[in-house]
Design a protein around this ligand. Structure first.
Ligand code: GLV
Length: 378
């Protein structure tokens, strides 16, 4: 553990511990994966200004996201099938986030259910909603999130149909996994994972199976989303979802200034500048490349968050400098989870916190909330 110094170290370990089909599910983008790569690469082009002889004492990474106090402005992103990276993955990640003092967002497409996560946490977590054709099921999901005292609803706007990820098709991805020779081999070579999975009852999409009518088998994620996700979703739907929910609402998946302006008019509390981790429209811009333009356009009227490509605390600070009030990490915490379970999620957060703290100091700042465009070399 002491030689795990970067998110890349956690990724290497996760690759050795998680069956290939699930590791690849996290580590994949749409089609050529060009947007997935750009999300990471574009951060590298941004440079800080180094400042010296500034009082560096009493530094703080504390901030707020949608009015909630956070130990650092880095939430755990909603990620599908997290409980397949590690048994009971969502429950463990939520506990790690709670102990660290950052928000955890549970995906609709999670393995552990809203109720599972609520049963092991004390503070409210956030719930991400996909809108399905079955409106009764959607209303029920919203009500379940309310009953679990979730403090924000994160409505995803960019996945009414699933982008094609070649790795998932080649791997024959499913949850629970099929028992073909290929899949048995992938699991048999990861014995720790198998033992853990044998010890939990949470092996399918527990927000959905047993709740949505006529859904027992989600083995083909892509055909299931094609059948069930509502392709008619429009800006008008945001209004009824907002009303039914009645709490803090975050709109996820904005990558264009015009859409950001529309989102700001809905009365939502925040938007997430996001291309779904490069998993949806391959060939779209990286999130960090469009963040500044969007934040400049709507930052005065709605809180702006971002995700996509963050692999270090430096990336978080760059996003804050360009106008984000908060950020999300998906793959970094999944790699931590796959590598070392709950401790790995904590480790991912600690790595990011340390990188943020040292960078803040060397940029000549004491408060993370003071980071702005002036701290970048342009
Ligand atoms: C689900 O959100 C996915 O990107 O697979």
């Amino acid at each position: 553990m002491s030689m795990i110094l970067t998110i890349a170290d956690l990724k290497d370990l996760a690759r050795r511990r998680v069956p290939k089909m699930f590791f690849d599910y996290a580590d994949s983008g749409g089609w050529t994966e060009s947007t997935y790569r750009a999300n990471e690469e574009d951060f590298q082009k941004i440079k800080f200004r180094q400042r010296v002889l500034v009082d560096m004492s009493n530094r703080s990474l504390e901030s707020t996201m949608i009015g909630e106090k956070v130990a650092m402005p880095v939430a755990l992103a909603p990620t599908g099938m997290t409980g397949m990276q590690h048994p009971d993955g969502e429950m463990l990640a939520a506990q790690a986030a709670e102990e660290f003092g950052v928000p955890f967002t549970l995906s609709t497409m999670s393995i552990c259910s809203i109720e599972d996560v609520a049963s092991v946490t004390k503070k409210p977590f956030w719930f991400q909603l996909y809108v399905l054709r079955d409106k009764d099921f959607v209303l029920d999901l919203i009500d379940r999130a309310k009953a679990a005292k979730c403090s924000a609803l994160v409505l995803t706007l960019d996945l009414q149909i699933l982008g094609q990820r070649h790795k998932d098709i080649r791997n024959g991805l499913s949850a629970p996994p099929r028992f073909t020779p290929k899949h048995i081999w992938q699991m048999a070579t990861r014995p720790g994972w198998c033992i853990g999975m044998a010890g939990t009852k949470r092996r399918t999409f527990r927000n959905i199976v047993g709740h949505a009518k006529g859904v027992g088998d989600l083995t083909s994620l892509s055909s299931w989303t094609t059948e069930q996700f509502d392709p008619h979703l429009s800006w008008k739907d945001v209004a009824w979802i907002k009303e039914r929910w009645g709490g803090k609402l975050i709109l996820k998946g904005i990558l264009d200034k015009e859409d950001a302006l529309m989102a700001a008019k809905t009365g939502a509390d925040a938007i997430i500048v996001s291309n779904h981790g490069g998993r949806q429209l391959d060939g779209a811009s990286s999130s960090i490349a469009v963040l500044e333009e969007i934040a400049d356009a709507v930052g005065d009227t709605i809180e702006v968050h971002m995700d996509g490509g963050i692999r270090s605390g430096q990336d978080v600070l760059k996003a804050l400098c360009l106008g984000a009030k908060g950020t999300y990490i998906g793959r970094p915490f999944l790699y931590g989870l796959g590598a070392l379970g709950k401790d790995g999620v904590t480790k991912a957060l600690e790595i990011i916190r340390k990188e943020m703290d040292i960078t803040l100091a060397l940029c000549g700042k004491r408060l993370v909330t003071d980071m702005g465009k002036d701290q970048l070399r342009r």
